[in-house]
Write a protein that binds this ligand. Structure first.
Ligand SMILES: Cc1cc2nc3c(=O)[nH]c(=O)nc-3n(C[C@H](O)[C@H](O)[C@H](O)COP(=O)(O)OP(=O)(O)OC[C@H]3O[C@@H](n4cnc5c(N)ncnc54)[C@H](O)[C@@H]3O)c2cc1C
Length: 379
């Protein structure tokens, strides 16, 4: 039987941050176990051999946050390439800024109609406001209702049906409201204070974070297969919570993606880092990674995302499906998890929650503070 003071299951951002804190602040040994062949979890990136471009294996990742603590924390492990994300959608053959904003109006409507709508939007909701499509649709003004329906049909509906494989009205409002109209001329996809890509990639950033003599990493190993052979004082589990409990209450559903990478023998494929396709094709978006780090290469590589239902053993868990039934199911696992001593669940799979990267880092830092506090005042 092997003994380690702390076992961390999963070497994604959640696992890396908690491991780093425990080793560097508590001076305790940590073993990180991951069943994948690489570190980084879903933020894993690598250089594509054919083009020389840094690509993100599990889908495009742009770091953005308003949380200075998280930004400062990660900045210990990486320099940054400052990068404000631009996304466009192809609507009626035109490339239109996403979130749909005041500039987008002029791309899809004649000038006179766009001007009228711009005036009415600012008048009813104010400038620099993000208004969810569902709220815009509640307006009493017929022109704004028309606009709401236009955006709903052209930007939201097709994309959402493709992405989730369901009707939009069956979705949790927190998901629908992620597609707002932005009453602004701000063409950035995110408005956060800090927006960047790690200069040498996410994998390097994670590698640097866990580069500590008290941290060891075991890859290609499923913790659930070896758990009987390890003893520990604390366990941090960042894998799927339902799997941890052997699906006792049932499987937590996810949406998955089939991400196809295509190399092109030309300098650029598209006009911006991300193009969305709400109306046409089976894929939802194409992403050209060379924009991310401003790489100048002769060839390029683009990923196309085909949403799929998640199937165990076939594809990856990408997006938890937020609805009441799934939350109730998650709650059963959560209640069971809180009864376990010295076992902590964190991260997107253990919390069954869509987290941005800054949120998982914050979550891990807060959990560490609690543990550090318990360490200082034992009961
Ligand atoms: C397509 C997509 C795009 C995204 N883009 C962005 C973005 O642009 N900006 C942003 O801020 N966030 C983005 N995110 C969110 C971001 O990916 C997550 O917040 C973050 O990667 C979660 O980290 P984690 O450590 O919690 O989970 P993960 O990265 O999934 O790490 C969990 C690890 O645990 C391992 N594991 C699980 N079970 C076991 C087991 N039994 N034994 C051993 N190992 C196990 C897994 O192999 C995995 O490596 C995106 C998410 C998706 C799906």
């Amino acid at each position: 039987m092997m003994y380690v003071k702390n076992v961390v299951v999963g070497c994604g951002l959640s696992g890396a941050v908690i491991a780093e804190r425990i080793a560097s602040q508590l001076n305790e040994s940590v073993l990180i176990i991951d069943r994948r062949s690489h570190i980084g979890g879903n933020v894993y990136d690598y250089e594509d051999q054919s083009s020389g471009v840094m690509v993100h294996k599990y889908g495009p990742h742009v770091f953005h946050t308003n949380n200075k603590l998280v930004w400062d924390y990660l900045s210990q492990f990486t320099e940054w390439h400052y990068f404000m994300y631009r996304v466009k959608a192809i609507i009626d053959g035109n490339e239109v800024n996403i979130p749909f904003n005041l500039d987008s109006l002029y791309k899809v409507f004649p000038k006179s109609i766009a001007e009228k709508l711009e005036f009415k939007l600012i008048d009813e909701f104010g400038f620099n406001k993000k208004v969810p499509i569902l709220d815009l649709n509640k307006s009493n003004d017929d022109d704004l209702k028309f606009l709401a329906n236009f955006i709903y049909e052209k930007v939201f509906l097709g994309y959402t049906v493709k992405q989730w494989g369901v009707k939009p009205e069956d979705l949790d409002k927190s998901v629908s409201s992620r597609v707002p109209i932005y009453i602004s001329k701000d063409n950035r996809y995110f408005q956060d204070k800090y927006q960047a890509i790690p200069l040498h990639g996410y994998t390097k950033m994670v590698e640097k974070a866990i580069e500590h003599p008290l941290i060891s990493v075991k890859l290609n190993t499923d913790f659930l297969n070896i758990k009987k052979s390890i003893q520990y004082d604390r366990l941090f589990f960042t894998g799927p919570i339902d799997e941890f409990f052997d699906y006792e209450f049932g499987k937590l559903p996810y949406r998955s993606l089939d991400i196809k990478f295509v190399n092109y023998d030309k300098e650029y494929f598209q006009s911006c880092p991300q193009l969305n396709y709400p109306e046409n094709y089976d894929f939802t978006r194409s992403v050209e990674y060379k924009y991310y780090l401003d790489q100048y290469t002769e060839r390029t590589i683009v990923s196309f995302e085909y949403p799929r239902p998640f199937e165990i053993g076939i594809n990856e868990r990408y997006y938890p499906i937020p609805n009441d039934i799934n939350q109730q199911l998650y709650r059963k696992y959560y209640d069971k998890a809180t009864n376990l001593k010295n076992t902590y669940f964190l991260g997107r799979l253990a919390d069954y929650k869509y987290y941005n990267m800054d949120q998982v880092v914050e979550r891990a830092l807060i959990l560490f503070n609690t543990i550090e506090g318990e360490n200082k005042c034992p009961d």
